[in-house]
Design a binder for this molecule. Sequence first.
Ligand code: ADP
Length: 436
Amino acid sequence: MFQQARRKLSAICCLTMAGIVLIILLCCLHISEKNMYGQEKALFFLQANAISSDLQDSENISIEWYLRSIGNAQNALSLEIDGIPSILTSVTLPQEQQELLQRLKDAPGQIIHIPSAGTDSAKLEEAFGEYKERNGRFLVMHTRFFVQEHEISATYLYSLGRFQQDVRRQRICFFAIWLVSILALYLFSYAFTSHVLKPLIQNDEKQKHFIAFASHELRSPLAVFKTGLSLLKNSPAADASGRIFSLLDKEMSRMERLIQDLLCLVKMEQADLHFQFQPVCLTDLLQSVYEKYAPLAAEKQICLRCCIPTLPPLQAKEDTACACDPQRMEQAVTILLDNALSYTPAGQEIALRLFGQRGKWCIQVMDTGIGIPDGEKKKIFDRFYRADPSRSQKEHFGLGLSIAKEICAAHGGKISVSDTAGGGSTFTICLPKGTD
Ligand code: ADP
């Protein structure tokens, strides 16, 4: 699905940019061609004016002058003196050029007029234009004037062949640049869309894992229910049913807890879980958690210590006040304490601490239990991750720490884990100080 979306997005992105590049290239091409044409026209006017002024001084006219004036072999010059074609034209000019002059004479309507600086008053007629035919494009000058009572008429054809060749070469060059840019743009678009889609792909992977794990975890209690119910149906003996009911009750609680955890995570993800932020005295909060867990710790023969600032009650209340949702923060601390009690063997100890540090309040749950390998420390905050499933207990789904992490993030805080000196794990929740 993402592969297809990536290809489509890359193509759309590439085509859009290729379109923009094409428009820019066409504009550049148009400007460049206009400049080139302007240069050719300037050259033509220069040559045409030189011919015209040389003709007015008829002493200059010779074969050498004629050949020099024509310049390029593709140009042509026709001269008529008193209406009679000059011998220079018929003798010097190749047949092809002579035919060209004839065609031009036969179709004067095909000349597109070009405005010029103005006609010399000594001349009877002077016109400039552009003539197009299948052999090429030409700039044309036609002039007529009197020199020593002789009427001289001249038609000069200036070939735009070289200009057309340059234009063609330039167009091919621009087209090649455009093709190469399409390839470069496609590669860029592909890398760009891959970068843009990366978080979506990762999110999708996470979602898939989440659903797979959730369905797996929900399937096992259902299997227990099914077996229990079929046992009850087949042998409804009083002693067996008691055990089965207690097993079903246990599985039911397990399933309830899992569903609660899942709902909590989903709600937090959709920002649907509303936090009731208020000034909370952290010493009171930790004291209450400690009191709830002290009996369980004693039952497990674990020494649970509560190390919170020993300030006079009122001062402690004011000094350790923090803006948080008391229920959610208690849930986060409970998760850490619950884990510590689960992964700490009898005879060991757990400490619940509170201390201030550079504008932050830090709540710590330190245990001297089994500890967490370095490679696992980052992963344990992922959903459904259990460092070693064989060591984890059945009531643990691997969701606790991800819930605690989301709660801390919603409070603008952070949760981290490190090793306890001498063995075990220390979880630290850091919250910003202040009650705003
Ligand atoms: P679980 O419900 O499985 O405890 P958590 O998200 O709370 O899920 O914890 C994830 C994993 O982190 C646990 O499976 C366990 O392997 C490891 N873990 C968490 N707390 C501790 C601890 N105090 N000591 C050792 N391992 C721990």
